[in-house]
Every structure is written in structure tokens, then in C-alpha cells.
Design a protein around this ligand. Structure first.
Ligand SMILES: Cc1cc2nc3c(=O)[nH]c(=O)nc-3n(C[C@H](O)[C@H](O)[C@H](O)COP(=O)(O)OP(=O)(O)OC[C@H]3O[C@@H](n4cnc5c(N)ncnc54)[C@H](O)[C@@H]3O)c2cc1C
Length: 395
């Protein structure tokens, strides 16, 4: 049915998104907090959960219908990740398939889209690894040293990446490498290229992956490239334009992470509220004390404000409007509120907040990452200072 009235069309789109939210919530109920707790204790990967999410089509939300996905857009994708986090799960195990998609959709060739997207949509292929960060370059992405040299119709890749998450649980890697040395380009943002690397073929043939243990169960790794050969067809878009392609995808990534943080904040606020109502100390519920009640109320107000910014950023992204400022502000506000809500939730639980069986300490460890990755708070503030307020560039 075609809906001509724009208000009715918007209403229908929101109905679809609310349906998606309910379906994801039902699916998450089959993977209770014990499931995530055990994975966290054993550093396991949620294979069954990711399989169920894929089979239900949720990880193909951003893939257009023509390639086997549902093409529902970023708002729907965000709501899926939010719902996983709200249920007590850890969307970090599978979110990259959502945020790497934009680069492939916008800049991949038709042949690449035909070859990969239907297989990603139905779960035969996993695109869960995104390789940008390097040990020496850090946040200064244009300083990366991993180099892809063109030789006899192939690219030979040498270098090292760090913090590349899910590489051991992905078939494909979207990789950023230099193809022209930095001192040979007019602008440092030029001469970088994006490749779609088949990890299954590369492993043992020039690619080594080494896991890094972290404070939460995030499956992150170091990657070493030693004369790894990939075909010319692995290049995404034009050689030398990769930095722009990656930047394009970063707004999507920031908005999706903001949704996850909103989900975490909702988890903490709900848990804190329930406990504050139930726990009796000094003959009454602890929630009657303003010292307990007000921080929860404050976290709720802050979460709702961050949620509004996140929805505005997603709406702009989905309608093709500029969304750089909103995407950055959403990520900044949501990552801070999820941490504060978690701290409040832990304080509300007293000693029990530290018990693994309550899942609060686990979720607090998981949500802390988002003030650092995929971009740290300082870098967001620098973006707002320079690009929104017109203050002098600091680096
Ligand atoms: C668990 C985990 C998973 C990750 N997954 C991935 C992944 O899948 N793929 C990937 O490519 N990367 C990934 N990352 C990397 C992540 O994006 C980076 O850690 C993050 O961008 C910060 O970079 P850095 O660690 O090199 O910090 P640095 O750049 O060394 O910065 C250190 C600190 O200095 C501050 N700082 C730096 N420059 C300035 C400045 N000019 N002004 C003010 N402050 C500044 C930063 O804000 C930060 O707090 C992951 C990281 C972690 C920890």
C-alpha cells in the first residue's frame, strides 16, 4: 500500500520500527542475562545469539531489499542494537556489520555488492571487522602506516593494526591502508584506500591475528600484515579516496553506538528503579530516600535528552540531511549518560552491585568503552569546537 500523506508515511515508518523493537525484544528474551554472564566469564563469543539475529534478518537491516536485506534504515538498525543492550545483552559482539555497511553500499562496485551483500544478508558471510586503528597513529588516522603497494595487478599489504574487534569471528575485513606515502600527497587525507579483505583466505598467507584481553568481553585483536596479497577487486571505490569513505561511515557508527548506550542506560535505570522500590532498609524502601531517588530521576532525564538527540541524528541520516554535529553530540551525551546511569545503578544496589550475578558490574564495564571508542570524547569536543562553533583547530 502506498501512503501519500507524509505524516501518515512517517507514522507507518515508526510503526514498523516499533514492530522491530518488539520482535528484537522477544528474541533477546531467549538469551537471558545468564547467557551473557557465562560468555563474559569464559570470554566466549555469542555464536548462537548472532546466528538467531542473522536468521531473523536483523543484521541485514541496512542492506537494501534488492540484495536480500530489509533496507529499513539507520533508525531501525539503532533500535535493534538499543534493544539488545536494554535486555542485558552486549551488541558489541555484532554491531560492526551495521556500521561498515555504509562504505560498501555507497562506494562498493555493483560487482562487489552482488558478490557480498546477499551472502551477508543471509548469514553465509560475516562482515564484522573494521580495521582502522594502528598502534603509532592512534586517533590521528591519516598517520597510519599500513601500506598497500600495487604490484602486477595485485596489492601487497604490509603493516599492523590494533584493537580490531571480532576479527576472529568475521569472514571479511574492511581495511584502511595507505596506497600513496603521506609525503607524496598534497593533503594528508589523500592517498588512503579501503579494501575488502577475505580473512579466511588471508589467515596464514600474510595475515596473523592475535587476541587482546580487555576489561570486558569484546573479542578485540591485533592484526599483522606481512606481504599479504589481495586482488585488485578487493579495492572499494577509487584508490586514494578511502579516508572520505571511512568518514562517511563514521556518522552511522556514532549514531549506532549512541543507541547502544541509550539501551544500556535504560537497563541501568530499570534495574535501579526496581531495586529501589523493593529493597527495604530502616523499615522502608530505599527509593523513598531522595539520596537514592534523585540520582535515578536525573539519569532518566539525561537519558531522555540523549535519546532525543540520537533520534534526531538518525532521522537526519535517514533523510540524507547533514548529521555530523548531531551524530557526534548523540554519541557524546549517550556514552556519558550510560556510564552515569550505571554508576547510579551500582550505588543503588549497595554491595550487591558488585556481585556478578546482578549483571550491573558487567554492563558497566561494557558501556565504559564508548567514551573512548569508536572515537574518544575529547575528539568529539574538538569537532564541535572547530566545526560547529568555529573555534581554532587544536591539532
Ligand atoms: C575494546 C576496543 C575495541 C576497538 N575496536 C576497534 C575496531 O574494531 N576497529 C578499529 O579500527 N579501532 C577499534 N578501536 C580503537 C579505538 O577507536 C581507539 O582506541 C580510539 O579511537 C582512541 O584511539 P587511541 O586508543 O589510539 O587513543 P590516542 O589517540 O592515543 O588518545 C589517547 C587519549 O588522548 C586523547 N587525545 C588524543 N589527541 C588529542 C587531542 N588532540 N586533543 C585532546 N585529547 C586528545 C584521546 O581523547 C584519548 O583520551 C577499539 C578500541 C578498543 C579499546
Amino acid at each position: 500500500m502506498q501512503v501519500r500523506n507524509p505524516k501518515a508515511r512517517k507514522g507507518r515508518a515508526m510503526d514498523v520500527i516499533e514492530e522491530v523493537r518488539k520482535s528484537v525484544s522477544r528474541l533477546c528474551a531467549e538469551f537471558p542475562n545468564e547467557y551473557w554472564r557465562e560468555l563474559d566469564a569464559g570470554r566466549g563469543y555469542p555464536r548462537e545469539f548472532v546466528r538467531a539475529l542473522t536468521d531473523a534478518g536483523f543484521l541485514a537491516t541496512l542492506i537494501p531489499e534488492a540484495y536480500g536485506g530489509s533496507g529499513l534504515g539507520l533508525m531501525a538498525a539503532g533500535v535493534i542494537l538499543e534493544e539488545i543492550a536494554r535486555s542485558g545483552g552486549h551488541p558489541g559482539a555484532c554491531h560492526a556489520q551495521m556500521y561498515t555497511m555504509g562504505t560498501l553500499l555507497r562506494h562498493g562496485s555493483e560487482a562487489q555488492k552482488q558478490a557480498y551483500l546477499p551472502q551477508i544478508a543471509d548469514g553465509r558471510l560475516r562482515l564484522q571487522a573494521f580495521g582502522v586503528t594502528e598502534p603509532a597513529a592512534g586517533t590521528d588516522t591519516t598517520s597510519i602506516a599500513t601500506f598497500a603497494e600495487k604490484r602486477d595487478g595485485r596489492y601487497v599489504i604490509n603493516g599492523q593494526k590494533v584493537w580490531i574487534s571480532r576479527a576472529e569471528h568475521s569472514d571479511l575485513l574492511l581495511l584502511l591502508a595507505r596506497t600513496t606515502p603521506r609525503n607524496e600527497v598534497a593533503r594528508k587525507t589523500e592517498g588512503l584506500s579501503v579494501f575488502l579483505v577475505d580473512i579466511r583466505e588471508a589467515l596464514g598467507n600474510g595475515l596473523t591475528i592475535r587476541p587482546i584481553e580487555t576489561m570486558m568481553n569484546h573479542h578485540t585483536t591485533e592484526m599483522f600484515f606481512d606481504d599479504l596479497e589481495v586482488s585488485e577487486d578487493a579495492l572499494v571505490g577509487e584508490e586514494g579516496k578511502g579516508f572520505r569513505y571511512i568518514l562517511d561511515g563514521m556518522n552511522a557508527e556514532r549514531i549506532l553506538i549512541a543507541f547502544e548506550c541509550i539501551g544500556d542506560a535504560k537497563f541501568f535505570i530499570e534495574r535501579a528503579t526496581n531495586y529501589a522500590n523493593d529493597r527495604q532498609v530502616f523499615g522502608g524502601p530505599i527509593g523513598q530516600n531522595q539520596g537514592i531517588q534523585f540520582p535515578i530521576a536525573r539519569a532518566y532525564a539525561d537519558m531522555r535528552a540523549a535519546e532525543l538527540m540520537t533520534h534526531e541524528a538518525a532521522r537526519r541520516f535517514d533523510t540524507g540531511e547533514h548529521c555530523g554535529a548531531e551524530a557526534n553530540m548523540a554519541k557524546l551525551l549517550a556514552s556519558e549518560v550510560s556510564w552515569r546511569a550505571g554508576d547510579t545503578c551500582l550505588q543503588t544496589h549497595g554491595g550487591y552491585g558488585f556481585a556478578k550475578a546482578f549483571d550491573i558490574e558487567r554492563k558497566l564495564r561494557e558501556t565504559r568503552l564508548y567514551q573512548v571508542a569508536p572515537v574518544s570524547t575529547n575528539l568529539i569536543l574538538a569537532y564541535l569546537g572547530e566545526h560547529v562553533l568555529g573555534l581554532p583547530r587544536s591539532f
